[in-house]
Design a protein around this ligand. Structure first.
Ligand code: FMN
Length: 167
């Protein structure tokens, strides 16, 4: 899929075909896209914990609760954690967006599930057995899409300001 088509048509997908399987090869391709993200001072503070076993994914859903209520039907979840560096959040979010676009480019569906700032962060990190000093950026549910949501985006004329901010 053309890059701009991928960007324009990506939407959060929260309904997945049950028992859909995504190969480890594709999951690695997706993680590789995450790892190609820009990183302040090129620290690359991220690790991608990929869950593919049903009980591991359901265990994650139980901790996260409503924010990730659709996880149980996902084929996989990629949990992005970062070492607690100065720009951990920016770096981790850049990786997350690359992952969402890679998922879309491969024809799968995904949804970002909030991490940083949530009160379940520590429990998720413990569940993953992450070493101390890591922060949770987000979890990304990935599956075979079973919905095609329509979500309008702002008209470009309403968000672009040339040279300075003026109405
Ligand atoms: C930082 C961040 C946190 C989000 N957290 C959640 C979440 O916890 N659960 C969820 O279902 N969607 C979550 N989303 C997805 C947004 O709801 C979604 O991106 C937004 O509604 C726009 O829809 P779109 O992704 O289809 O363009 C999150 C997105 C971002 C960027």
């Amino acid at each position: 899929m053309d890059f701009f088509e991928t960007v324009k048509t990506r939407r959060s997908i929260r309904r997945y075909k049950k028992s859909g399987v995504i190969s480890k090869e594709d999951l690695l391709k997706i993680a590789q896209a995450g790892s190609c993200a820009p990183s302040a001072r090129s620290v690359n503070p991220w690790k991608f914990v990929i869950l593919t076993e049903k009980d591991r994914i359901i265990g994650l859903e139980k901790i996260i609760g409503n924010n990730g209520r659709f996880l149980a039907d996902a084929s996989a979840a990629i949990v992005i954690i970062c070492e607690d560096t100065k720009y951990y959040l920016e770096d981790g979010c850049a990786a997350a967006q690359n992952i969402l676009l890679a998922v879309r480019a491969l024809g799968f569906g995904a949804c970002w599930i909030a991490g940083d700032k949530k009160d379940y962060c520590e429990e998720v990190l413990k569940y993953l057995e992450a070493p101390s000093g890591f922060r949770l950026i987000c979890s990304i549910a990935i599956g075979i899409p079973d919905e095609n949501p329509v979500k309008e985006k702002p008209e470009i004329g309403t968000v672009v300001k040339w040279e300075r901010y003026q109405e």
